[in-house]
Design a protein around this ligand. Structure first.
Ligand code: 6PG
Length: 493
């Protein structure tokens, strides 16, 4: 059969789960002819006869037929489970590709896999794009945030389609070229890490409202509705408002019936691992991941709750004032979380030569994705003003905002400690903030201890050199009079 006669599709997509279907319909709405394929082939027919009925979408019953339907250079989007399934699928597609064809992985792949896939495909003469896709079902259907990276030559070929189907913020598409190799998936990973952090902060505010202030679910939902009109205006606050208000069939709120063990698929964990690898203090996301781990220890927590006592919250103050403080605590912690996320982006950009554009990343996250918020506009502005900005906290807008939020934030963290309410993310954010704004910290003592027990050496503060220290970079002191003068070598494992 001469398949090439039918090469009429602008782009193809493999993987007809809900995200894949919605992305296809979105591309169709934007005027593109999309070819589709799915491993369970009956899904293709079902999709064409139902959701895609009356559209220009065309379906294939084999990978060969699918590849033949595509205009060249072929653009093939894979929306399958991250991991070995992506490699297996690529291996199946390759025999039907020609030089210059483009494979686009739109799953939540781990960035080193995308680095490797780009190298492998480029060596064979093909192009690879690893693209973050965020926004869930709704986003995929009506405008996701897209974070494509990989083979640079692929960008001019896919730019028009990607920017057409992406969400828009103030008329600008929430999609731009991120960088080489796994850059797109790296940025999506950070997005997800921040998503973990945002949700953990919201969950901590919920714990304060429920256990500290004794609020009912409708009151909590109304509070979230109020917050959504201010600095916290965002998708996650908006859906928290709705989730808290949602009633089960018996008319009671559904949230307290949901088992308190949070799941995770790994992108938050990868972010925390990357932070450790780069030695960047991304404490809030780390705490958010660990909080999910702690939540999973349900049996142990139940046992501990019977054995380990603590204070019982007893609120007697001004509730309105406390809720304002809580809003400020959430806002300030969020500023810290994004500051930390951007610290990691900065390091990855340098280490992997991603050459990331931080303003454009904030723009990509401004609409369509799960962490979309008004707040991201302020981040875009900060990096547009100064693309070399060392830290978001050093931007005038954020420095002022966090200074204003400080008193309420501190009242919340101290009240949480007195009430015995776990607030790992909110308190870690405050500790980071206090550590970050401290010019002379407590690590001098750690260095002294390291040198005492292991001759690990230390450096001296400028201006503190004496005759012994003079001209020496790494100093070892004979602390006890018993040790020798031989020091350990310095290295970082
Ligand atoms: C998105 C989401 C999406 C997914 C998360 C969930 O941007 O649309 O981030 O990618 O919902 O990966 O992650 P967990 O299952 O690990 O919470």
């Amino acid at each position: 059969m001469d398949f090439f006669r039918f090469a009429s599709a602008d782009i193809g997509l493999i993987g007809l789960a809900v995200m894949g279907q919605n992305l296809i319909l979105n591309m169709n709405d934007n005027g593109y002819t999309v070819a589709c394929f799915n491993r369970t082939v009956s899904k293709v027919d079902h999709f064409l006869e139902n959701e895609a009925k009356g559209t220009k979408v065309v379906g294939a019953h084999s990978i060969q037929e699918f590849c033949a339907m595509l205009k060249r250079p072929r653009k093939i989007v894979l929306l399958v489970k991250a991991g070995p399934a992506v490699d297996a699928l690529i291996a199946e597609i390759i025999p039907y590709l020609e030089k210059g064809d483009i494979i686009i992985d739109g799953g939540n792949s781990h960035f080193p896999d995308s680095d490797r896939r780009m190298a492998e495909l480029e060596a064979k003469g093909f192009l690879f794009v690893g693209s973050g896709v965020s926004g869930g079902e709704e986003g995929a259907r009506y405008g996701p945030s897209l974070m494509p990276g990989g083979s640079k030559d692929a960008w001019p070929e896919i730019k028009e389609i990607f920017q057409a189907i992406a969400a828009k913020s103030d008329g600008e598409p929430c999609c731009d070229w991120v960088g080489t190799g796994g850059a797109g998936h790296y940025v999506k990973m950070i997005h997800n890490g921040i998503e973990y952090g945002d949700m953990q902060l919201i969950a901590e505010a919920y714990a304060f409202m429920e256990h500290g202030l004794g609020m009912n679910y409708d009151e909590m939902s109304q509070t979230l509705a109020e917050w959504n009109k201010g600095v916290l205006d965002s998708f996650l606050i908006e859906i928290t408002r709705d989730v808290l208000a949602f009633k089960d069939t018996d008319g009671k709120p559904i949230v307290p019936k949901i088992l308190d063990c949070a799941g995770q698929k790994g992108t938050g964990k990868w972010t925390a691992i990357s932070a450790l690898d780069f030695g960047q203090p991304v404490t809030l996301i780390g705490e958010a991941v660990f909080a999910r781990c702690l939540s999973a220890l349900k049996n142990e927590r139940e046992k501990a709750s019977l054995k380990l006592g603590g204070p019982k919250p007893n609120f007697e103050g001004d509730r309105k004032q406390f809720l304002q403080d809580l809003e400020q605590a959430l806002y300030a912690s969020k500023i810290v979380s994004y500051t930390q996320g951007y610290m990691l982006l900065r390091e990855a950009s340098k280490a992997f030569n991603y050459d990331l554009n931080f303003a454009s990343i904030a723009l990509m996250w401004r609409g369509g994705c799960i962490i979309r918020s008004v707040f991201l506009k302020d981040i875009t502005n900060a990096y547009r003003k100064n693309k070399e900005l060392d830290s978001l906290l050093l931007d005038d807008f954020f420095a002022k905002a966090i200074t204003k939020a400080q008193p309420g934030w501190r009242r919340v963290v101290s009240q949480g400690a007195l009430w015995g309410i776990a607030q790992p993310a909110t308190s870690a954010a405050l500790s980071f903030f206090d550590g970050y704004r401290t010019a002379k910290g407590s690590a001098s003592l750690i260095q002294g201890l390291r040198d005492y027990f292991g001759a690990h050496t230390f450096k001296v503060m400028p201006g503190q050199e004496n005759d012994v220290f003079k001209d020496k970079e790494d100093i070892h002191v004979n602390w006890t009079g018993r040790g020798g003068s031989v020091s350990a070598s310095t290295y970082i494992a």
